[in-house]
Design a protein around this ligand. Structure first.
Ligand code: B3K
Ligand code: ZN
Length: 876
């Protein structure tokens, strides 16, 4: 594929006025008739042809204004349709018929079949696999859809918008017509047909309109959609209350399908979901599953305004809808659950996924300027860093200023395809603030590195905070400008009192925010009676790495006393990281790891503090991951040593804290019947992490086996199974538990995904053989993305010692898998391949072997553009 550049953007030559599609569905021979009305855009050369996108299309007929078109006037290939000699100013109609094969569509882009259901996925460029079309997000049109299909097999015929009507069609068929009054780009088109169960409800909007809500799932699974429906209604209400956004059709539908390349898709009025993010009940879903369902249902619903009503001018603007919508779903979940705990989880995710991306060969700006395959830009940088950038706008402008900017955005750009510049301008205009420097966050990749020092002058009673920023070089961009970095702070005095102060010199400090805008700045605060402890970047107000040589006493002070729970967790992390990197180094040298008593004391004090919510304590006890430690070490990494060092630290904590953990486990085991809310989830999280420490302390599978036997919900059951499998992979208790789990859930593929994942992440070199055996399991299906991700994906992304086996055998296996998946499903293959993006941080032996595996992929002559793009960039 060729490279697409932002700088080359220009509008289409022809304006699309309306779209009428008629589908005659058939598993292998679906006929699509598209009637498209265009007119030439004003000022466009009269000789310019109409060029429509296609992908793998077969055309069987082409009419121009209802009459068959002379073949001399067009050229049709599978990839495009070009029509020449078109009228200069009057509108004209093209009627094109294509034949497509949904059954053979293994890429899951365009119209495909999943478990007997017809479903579509059009974002980013799937619509062109259905018909020839100007398949780009700045072409907005009103669609009418007719669907004809066999009645018995497809009682449901769904598309976007409002239902117009339906009727019988010949002896065995029927048809349905849908009309979507809201102009939309083709990537938001959707069609679903088949036989599904329905969960129905209604929602009355703020202006009193009643909206029909429908969630479609496989027959028999209806009870498992109740939580999703509840989350949907809460999302609709929240968007009215917080953003003033009302839903705009008579019906809102969600369809759950079992073969899907990602989480879900925000098609107008007809969201299509990976069933993993719809189906839940206590027996089969974990607390994390519930939280994900709530967040993703909200995310897709929120897209109705941020993405659908206001869409993107081109795919470079992806963060305009994704970063903003992630920010909105984060705020929703924070309001539904514990805000601090939610923030901790967000930052953990950002650090473990986005920071490595930003520091490696796939780094790109939140608003990229070029791409070879757009599907490879649905990244944590666009989504999660994009959300953080939105959050910083809110931090800089304050709650009201942010709201004014959002209101102006909705008012000014409703019904349009907008850009990041349009978005930022709304905040500038609504607040009279210049955000030019701030906008660098969209254009400069790389995690800013902030070096911090503070000096207290006891005679002058001043505190000086010196900050210096460095933006690392990223592919194609080495010289960077200083950015506008908003850092929330507090000065904590010895007695625990917290203050914010205004700076007498050095730069802007507004409220509790220090604005770092220059390469280096020293802010001086006056009237500070005694040396304070500085709590900086509270709530993770900026997505940066702080290098603050804060003494461990100061960190311990924050960890024990800060009123900001996020800051407390962050201080614990800052205390833990040197302990863990030190342990990794010691383990690598073959020494005996000794865990600092001071660190253990802080951790146990937090664990035992009954005034703190259990979910927070569980987060505090979940030490930085092996990937976090690897990132902190920064290179020449030995995953075995990192694992061994971390395990030794866990043992130290487990031994010292056995009493505390025993108590926690006992208290929170008796927590009553399961409810999927945040409070219940927090108690289970704390109980289960206590169980894992107790198991380490006792070095016996007995407790976990008992927990497995008595669990009455999937969270406890899967946690117990994880502890057994990861600690005692060969124990008879583990074998029995794995077998019991498999038998009990043999007919529930989503639960078996957990069974695959738990085994794929058993640490150690032996896991490769285990994964190979599991691939032969009758439960495994190489064509189903969820199965592949749960086994191959979790092995590559979540099993550092197994995947990075010193002999390189797992890299070799992985390369084979990528090459096998790629011809079927390039998006899935490319996404999995990013697991190797940090190969340069490995010690030379492993790095060489990883490079060799990547080279075998690169040498394949028939790679998809998706995989070609990733492998080239990762090796560059
Ligand atoms: N917009 C979709 C993602 C589409 C990915 C295409 N490769 C889901 C979401 O972000 O809500
Ligand atoms: Zn999204």
């Amino acid at each position: 594929g060729r490279i697409v550049h932002l700088a080359d953007y220009r509008p289409t030559d022809f304006v699309l006025e309306r779209v009428d599609l008629t589908f005659e569905l058939d598993p292998t021979d679906t006929k699509v008739e598209a009637r498209l009305i265009f007119h030439r855009r004003e000022g466009v050369d009269a000789s310019a042809p109409l060029v429509l996108d296609g992908d793998d299309l077969t055309m069987t007929s082409l009419l121009f204004d209802q009459i068959e078109l002379d073949p001399a006037r067009y050229t049709a290939t599978p990839e495009s349709l070009t029509i020449r000699d078109l009228p200069e100013s009057v509108p004209f109609e093209i009627t094109v018929v294509t034949m497509i094969n949904p059954e053979a569509n293994t890429q899951l882009m365009g119209l495909y079949r999943t478990n007997g259901i017809y479903a579509t996925q059009c974002e980013a460029e799937g619509f062109r696999r259905i018909t020839y079309f100007p398949d780009r997000p700045d072409v907005l049109a009103v669609y009418t859809i007719n669907i004809i299909a066999d009645k018995a097999a497809n009682p449901l015929l769904l598309s976007n918008g409002n239902f117009l009507g339906g009727a019988g069609f010949g002896p065995d068929k029927h048809f349905a017509a849908w009309f979507d009054p809201h102009p939309k780009p083709s990537y938001l088109f959707a069609l679903v047909a088949g036989d599904l169960g329905i969960v129905a409800d209604t929602f009355t909007t703020m202006s009193g309109r009643e909206v029909a809500l429908k969630i479609y799932v496989e027959h028999g699974k209806e009870p498992r959609a109740a939580y999703a429906m509840d989350a949907l209604k809460r999302s609709m209400k929240w968007d009215e209350e917080v953003f003033g956004r009302e839903y705009d059709l008579d019906i809102f539908m969600i369809v759950a399908v079992s073969d899907f390349n990602m989480g879900a898709m925000e098609n107008k009025g007809l969201n299509i979901f990976n069933d993993k993010y719809v189906l839940a009940d206590p027996e089969t879903a974990t607390d994390q599953d519930y939280a994900n369902i709530e967040a993703i249902i909200a995310h897709e619903y929120f897209h109705n305004w941020t993405g659908n009503r206001i869409t993107c001018r081109d795919w470079f603007q992806l963060c305009l809808k994704e970063g903003l919508t992630v920010y909105r779903d984060h705020e929703f979940s924070a309001d539904m659950r514990s805000r601090s705990v939610k923030r901790i989880a967000e930052v953990r995710h950002l650090r473990s996924e986005q920071f490595p991306e930003d520091a490696g060969p796939l780094a790109h700006p939140v608003r990229p300027t070029k791409y070879r395959e757009i599907n490879n830009f649905y990244t944590t940088t666009v989504y999660e860093k994009g959300s953080e950038v939105t959050r910083m706008i809110a931090t800089i402008l304050g709650r009201d200023g942010f709201k004014k900017g959002m209101d102006l955005y909705f008012e000014r750009h409703d019904g349009e395809a907008a850009t990041v510049e349009d978005f930022v301008k709304c905040f500038e205009d609504a607040n009279g603030r210049d955000l030019t420097q701030f906008a660098l966050w969209y254009h400069q990749a790389g995690t800013p590195q902030i070096t911090v020092s503070s000096t207290y002058d006891s005679s002058a009673k001043t505190l000086t905070l010196s900050l210096e920023q460095m933006i690392p070089a990223t592919p194609g961009h080495s010289a960077k400008e200083p950015m506008h970095i908003p850092l929330r702070f507090a000065l904590i005095s010895e007695n625990g009192a917290e203050a914010v102060a205004s700076a007498i010199s050095g730069g802007e400090v507004s409220g509790d925010v220090v604005h770092l805008t220059q390469r280096a700045q020293a802010f001086t605060f006056a009237g500070i009676g005694s040396r304070p402890v500085v709590s900086l970047n509270r709530g993770f107000s900026a997505p940066v790495s702080l290098h603050f040589a804060q003494g461990s006493e100061d960190l311990a002070h924050i960890a024990r006393h800060d009123s900001d729970l996020f800051a407390r967790w962050e201080a614990i992390t800052d205390l833990a990281l040197p302990v863990l990197t030190g342990a990794a180094k010691t383990a690598r040298e073959g020494g005996a790891v000794e865990t600092s008593r001071a660190f253990i004391d802080v951790l146990l004090a937090v664990a035992a503090d009954e005034t703190l919510e259990p979910a927070f304590r569980a987060q505090a006890l979940s030490l930085p991951s092996e990937a976090d430690i690897a990132r902190e070490l920064g290179g020449n990494n030995d995953p075995d040593a990192i694992h061994a060092g971390r395990q030794a630290v866990l043992s130290g904590i487990a031994t010292a804290g056995a009493g505390v953990f025993g108590k926690l486990h006992a208290i929170h085991s008796a927590s009553g019947p399961f409810t999927p809310d945040a409070a219940g989830a927090g108690k289970r999280a704390l109980k289960n992490i206590a169980l894992s420490f107790l198991t380490i302390a006792e070095n016996s599978p007995a407790l976990a086996a008992a927990a497995f036997a008595s669990a009455d919900n999937m969270t406890d059951l899967s946690q117990a199974l994880t502890i057994l499998a990861h600690r005692f992979p060969e124990a008879v208790e583990t074998k029995n538990a794995l077998a019991a789990f498999e038998t009990r859930f043999a007919s529930n593929a989503l639960v078996l995904d957990k069974w695959f994942s738990i085994q794929a992440t058993i640490p150690g070199a032996a896991s490769l053989d285990r994964v190979k055996v599991l691939m032969q399991s009758p439960h495994f299906a190489p064509t189903n993305p969820n199965r592949v991700r749960s086994l191959v994906g979790t092995f590559a992304f979540g099993n550092a010692t197994g995947f990075n086996r010193a002999d390189g055998a797992a890299y070799h296996f992985f390369a084979e898998q990528i090459l096998a998946i790629d011809p079927r499903n390039p998006q899935l293959a490319a996404r999995l391949l990013t697991a190797l993006r940090s190969w340069r941080l490995l010690e030379p032996g492993r790095a060489d072997k990883a490079r060799a595996a990547l080279a075998t992929i690169e040498a394949s002559p028939s790679l998809s553009t998706d995989v070609r793009d990733i492998v080239d960039r990762v090796l560059k």
